[in-house]
Design a protein around this ligand. Structure first.
Ligand code: PHE
Length: 469
């Protein structure tokens, strides 16, 4: 009897073109929307990219440039993706198929996005593997020495060992895959709801430690003192490129997450909150790292050498350093996990919704493919160190192709699609939650930016990334 209702409505639904049988999984609470989306934005980028770039490019002057970049480029693309996803309620590829009026191949943006997610995961899971390995290394004090030459050797001992490199990557894949299989609300939302506050607390703890060291002021000066003489055209492009990677945009992550947003979510405000919270995490990370780096007379650097060589030497120099190093790598692991969940969700959503696979099968298949393609990145410092394509190891190739080409290309086409193809009325309807929110002015400003400003600026970033500018 209980089935009667659905058996009557099912043919009707099918006739109307809605084939969704079970209700689609999604974020259940407004808080969950926020923590999951912030979890995607916050990642290793906040720790090894943002603070160093800020320090090296004029401190507070760079922060102003970064803020302008996010307003002109970052937020418009993020809002575009979230609204598209929420309107179509589908994975990134299907979203573009559903929203484009003709048979034009706009879905290719989604396809390049899924490929980018996959390629970023191939190297990101490896770096995350090193971070996880360092939690244990710092527990056993194996990587702790005040001498950067010793910490450098400890790090190369890890990355040049093919077995350790592979196993740590698999551990990370297993962990992320496990959370993904649990589902959008039970897996991604629940995990990020619990972990984001922990990340924040741990970060504040390390900040307090670092800022109370004698000589900390020099590090704060490196990070924050405004030096406008360092701001050039190139700095602006760097800031825009950073905004892309930081806000996880240009590759369908935010389309996919947007498709899980609640109907009543105010998208422009949520996106702005995520941007500001992400910026705060980056600043806190800078305040956790550079005061300590300067207090002990080390040179600031970026990337893996900052994370795995300088930072352990810095921690070894300070009282209670051992304890704080464990905390630091736990928080870095949390940050990386939230970002990886959002990357995983892009191919998993597509495979489970379009190719008719169960969520478990789709996740296991993604993991298997990543074991295969990710191993090329994992072995880039050992067995495959001499295997180069276009002069780059596979690790660098995955990084370069996605950051410098795919994300900006995706960003440009997302702007063009929303600004010129999707239609003004659709955009206004979606941004105002069907007229409930009175934000017509914001919608107009947004449309102006995605039509005329953002795509041109992103094109400049693309040309610069390809060394054409
Ligand atoms: N935003 C993440 C970081 O800062 C990286 C990321 C890029 C995640 C693209 C998802 C998509 O580390």
């Amino acid at each position: 009897m209980a089935n009667t209702g659905s058996s009557i409505s099912a043919p009707l639904k099918r006739a109307a073109g809605a084939v969704q049988a079970a209700p689609r999984d999604g974020f259940a609470t407004g808080l969950g929307v926020l923590t999951a989306t912030l979890g995607s934005a916050v990642g290793l980028g906040n720790i090894w990219k943002f603070p160093f770039l800020t320090g090296a490019n004029g401190g507070a002057a760079f922060l102003i440039v970064y803020l302008i970049s996010t307003l002109l480029v970052g937020l418009p693309v993020m809002i575009s993706e979230l609204t598209m996803g929420r309107t179509a309620r589908a994975d990134a590829i299907t979203t573009l198929q559903k929203l484009s009026p003709s048979r034009k191949p706009w879905w290719l943006i989604g396809a390049i996005g899924a490929l980018s997610a996959f390629m970023i995961l191939a190297f990101y899971t490896e770096v995350a593997g090193w971070v996880f390995a360092y939690i244990f290394k710092s527990l056993s004090a194996a990587a702790l020495s005040t001498n950067p030459e010793v910490t450098s050797q400890a790090f190369s001992g890890l990355v040049t060992d093919p077995v350790q490199s592979l196993v740590w990557q698999w551990i990370v894949l297993g962990l992320v895959g496990f959370i993904i299989i649990l589902g959008v609300s039970k897996g991604i939302e629940n995990t990020t709801k619990r972990l984001m506050p922990v990340l924040f607390l741990l970060l504040v703890a390390v900040c307090v430690r670092s800022l109370t060291l004698p000589g900390a002021a020099k590090g704060l000066e490196f990070l924050l003192k405004p030096d406008f003489s360092k701001v050039t055209g190139l700095t602006m492009l760097t800031a825009m490129g950073l905004a892309f990677f930081k806000l996880s945009i240009g590759m369908g992550t935010m389309i996919t997450y947007g498709s899980y947003f609640r109907e009543d979510q105010n998208i422009p405000i949520t996106a702005t909150r995520v941007m500001l919270a992400d910026l705060s995490v980056s600043l806190l990370a800078g305040m956790a790292i550079f005061p300590a780096v300067f207090a002990f007379g080390f040179e600031p650097s970026a990337g893996p050498s900052l994370l795995f060589i300088t930072i352990p030497a810095v921690f070894a120099s300070m009282p209670l350093g051992h304890f704080f190093m464990v905390i630091f790598f736990i928080l870095a692991a949390i940050a990386a996990t939230g970002a990886m969940l959002s990357l995983f969700e892009v191919p998993v959503a597509y495979m489970s919704e379009r190719l008719g696979m169960s969520r478990r099968t789709a996740t296991l298949l993604t993991m298997a493919l990543l074991v295969l393609f990710g191993s090329a990145a994992a072995l880039s410092n050992s067995v495959l160190a001499d295997f180069k394509v276009l002069g780059m190891t596979m690790f660098d190739l995955y990084d370069f192709t996605t950051s410098n080409i795919f994300l900006p290309v995706g960003g440009i086409f997302i702007c063009l699609f929303v600004g010129w193809v999707w239609g003004m009325d659709q955009v206004k309807k979606s941004l105002s939650n069907n007229g409930i929110l009175k934000n017509e002015g914001i919608a107009r400003l947004f449309l102006f930016l995605v039509r005329f400003v953002s795509p041109v600026l992103i094109l400049l970033v693309l040309l610069q990334g390809l060394n054409i500018l």
